[in-house]
Design a protein around this ligand. Structure first.
Ligand code: GLA
Length: 680
């Protein structure tokens, strides 16, 4: 749903990619303020050795740049930027507004964020202020303006990095300014209290409002809070954070109208921001990604994150702004990356559309909260495997420079709508085992294993270019999305829907009639009762598949039943169906299928949609292509301990060897085969 307070993005020609460096960008966050100046000189020499051509600086430097309110010290940053420029290293200049100085908090304590439980968060860490604090907005735009004015014409500057990871760790804030701003946002959205009362269903539990100032933020209450109110507070929060970004961006644009401005997203890992709206406001989409170390399939999740990022970027090149060379420090068990994993991870992002590979951070910190986080240059220095792999990656990226600007083509899209996740995650749902993330991962994994490229799309987006659209978890579907999905299928599209989708509208109100109200006629069926299963209960389907978590009593209308429940609470009823709607086809899967069972159904739908599955990759071989006028780049990334083979012909850009018919990809390594003249 479009945010009513969101001014339409100004009509602007797409900003150019960073003007320098010429090839792929390589580098990372650089925090030299933690080191004496002689180390800066050493660092820059090492950066050159590694082929680093872009660094992000100043991200947490507010107190150094403005040690007291209104007093500035730029000498150190002048010197640093000059050193970097002299070495031919370009600068992505951070605005330091994710870490306001201690003097700010002392003077403006009302800007401190407040949790839903009512705790005021203290200083002494990082993370932004209440996004609705006028003092914060003023101070943040001021330091941004000081930086923009001073460095507008500095020759090292090629990109602006506003703030750091909006939405983490602070997103919703329940302070007084946020309550006032929320009311203003609601007035703009609804116009009248009657409209708000209706949208929020306030006749339930006698919650009707008679005055605007009776409305509070949905703080912790005696029982479940009004769910539409909570959903709106999440929308409001994403909007308030985005306004903070826009305020800084617009100040910057006054000084450097030709330089791109970005901020770092956390594509699949941040549910605080509606990135579809955010991506319209940044000049270049940039993303941070960290492996979930304990998951052995974390390379698949990485791919999913990269594919979402590319989709947010509208299939234009994007930046991997941060990832890690080895272990992070903030997970339960910070598993180190194994030899070669650094390159596999980096090249997987590249394969999925990134034209920049950046890390957090260049030199490991000796003090502070992140002293156990890996870096490009570890504590143990240049004699380490990690440093050698950093050097090797620098070489590889030079060999892959021709990839720059090429695009990834996908015939399959997965619907991704954070508003739907927000709504589904509220309390009192039919089963605590319902998990949108898990279902999307499951569907995505089937396609990853089959080597089928996937985009992500908002349910209101133009889907006409896709042969198959998947809705593994689309609980909330607004009227515009309903119309869009109907016309997509009606015009010949193929849609596969998983359980607990199409249930409510944008106010978390159940669509009228039998579920799934939003998609009933497209799917050609009615659900008469949800039948969640017990913990670890398994049911059997007539096609031999096993279902868990969920079943339904389904009354098929025009839909053909492909498989029935043999046992469980829906025994003998339909489990998997297919319906013809207009010129298109809609499949429905009413239980949780996994692994081969899910692959069977999903790949059948893909074949039905006319997708040629081609040669199936061996287990653990990642296959993805980028296309350019010069031909096709096939990325073959072997995530296993065994050598692999895959059909390909052309030149392996990394080894320099000709591949004629079959690429051999040794265990744990990568081939990138350029096939001139072929574009899909
Ligand atoms: C985030 C932040 C960085 C750093 C890394 C550590 O991505 O943006 O400043 O804290 O995490 O993994």
């Amino acid at each position: 749903m479009t945010d009513v307070l969101q001014a339409p993005a100004p009509q602007r020609a797409p900003a150019p990619w960073v003007q320098r460096p010429a090839g792929l960008c390589y580098g990372g966050d650089y925090n030299p303020e933690q080191w004496p100046r002689e180390v800066w000189v050493e660092d820059i020499a090492l950066m050159k050795e590694a082929g680093i051509n872009l660094v992000s600086v100043g991200i947490f430097s507010w107190v150094l740049l403005e040690p007291r309110e209104g007093e500035y010290d730029f000498e150190w940053l002048d010197h640093l930027l000059d050193l970097l420029h002299d070495a031919g290293i370009s600068v992505d200049l951070g605005t330091p507004t994710a870490a306001p100085p201690a003097w700010f908090w002392k003077k403006y304590p009302e800007a401190l964020p407040v949790t839903r439980e009512g705790a005021t968060l203290g200083n002494g860490s990082r993370g932004m202020a209440s996004p609705s604090s006028p003092e914060y907005r003023r101070a943040a735009t001021n330091i941004t303006e000081q930086l923009a004015r001073r460095y507008a014409s500095h020759p090292a500057l090629v990109l602006w990095h506003v703030h750091n990871e909006y939405g983490a760790p602070v997103s919703e804030s329940y302070d007084d300014n946020s309550v006032l701003a929320f009311r203003k946002w609601l007035r703009a959205r609804y116009g009248t209290l009657d409209a708000l009362n209706q949208a929020w269903g306030t006749l339930f539990w006698g919650q009707k409002y008679g005055e605007w100032d009776e409305i509070d933020a949905p703080r912790v209450s005696a029982s479940v809070s009004n769910q539409a109110q909570r959903l709106d507070f999440r929308r409001f929060t994403s909007h308030a954070l985005l306004q903070c970004f826009i305020a800084e961006r617009d100040v910057i644009r006054q000084y450097t109208p030709d330089l791109p401005v970005t901020t770092n997203f956390m594509a699949t890992n941040c549910l605080s921001a509606d990135y579809w709206a955010w991506s319209k406001e940044v000049d270049i989409v940039a993303n941070d990604h960290y492996l979930v170390a304990q998951r052995t399939d974390n390379h698949v999740l990485l791919s999913m994150d990269a594919d979402l990022t590319r989709s947010l970027a509208g299939n234009r090149p994007w930046m991997l702004m941060e990832h890690s060379t080895g272990a992070v420090n903030w997970q339960g068990r910070n598993i180190a990356k194994r030899p070669g994993e650094l390159a596999r991870n980096s090249i997987s992002h590249l394969a999925r559309g990134a034209d920049a590979v950046m890390f957090f951070q260049f030199r490991a910190s000796r003090f502070g909260a992140e002293k156990f986080h890996s870096a490009m240059l570890p504590h143990a220095g240049t004699g380490t495997r990690i440093w050698r792999e950093v050097l090797d990656l620098g070489d590889d990226l030079k060999k892959l420079a021709a990839v720059k600007g090429s695009t990834v083509e996908s015939r399959v899209a997965i619907l991704w709508d954070v508003e739907s996740f927000w709504a589904q995650d509220l309390e009192w749902r039919p089963s605590s085992d319902l998990d949108h993330r898990e279902r999307i991962e499951a569907f995505y994994t089937v396609l990853w294993k089959a080597g089928i490229s996937v985009d992500f799309a908002h349910p209101e987006a133009d889907l006409s270019g896709y042969d198959l659209v998947l809705a593994p978890a689309l609980y909330l579907v607004g009227d515009k999305a309903v119309a869009n999905l109907r016309s997509y299928v009606h015009n010949g599209g193929n849609l596969m829907v998983s359980y607990f989708s199409g249930i409510v509208d944008v106010n978390d109100t159940v669509h009228a009639g039998a579920s799934p109200g939003a998609l009933r006629d497209v799917l050609g069926l009615e659900i008469h009762e949800f039948l969640p299963l017990r913990h670890e209960e398994t049911i059997t389907l007539s096609n031999g598949a096993a279902g868990t978590v969920w079943a339904e009593e389904i009354l098929p209308g025009s839909a053909t039943v492909l498989s029935r429940y043999l046992d469980g609470p829906a025994a003998s009823g339909p489990a998997i169906t297919r319906n013809t709607f207009g010129a298109g086809t809609a499949w429905y899967v009413s239980t949780k299928l996994d692994g081969d069972d899910l692959a069977g159904v999903l790949l059948d739908a893909a074949r039905g949609a006319g997708i040629d599955l081609g040669t199936q990759p061996p287990a653990g071989l990642e296959v993805v292509a980028r296309n350019a006028a010069s031909g096709k780049f096939t990325f073959l990334i072997n995530h296993t301990d065994a050598d692999a083979e895959y059909p390909a012909a052309g030149l392996d850009l990394l080894s320099g060897e000709t591949v004629s018919g079959t690429a051999h990809i040794p265990a744990g390594t990568v081939c990138v085969v350029h096939t001139p003249g072929v574009t899909s």
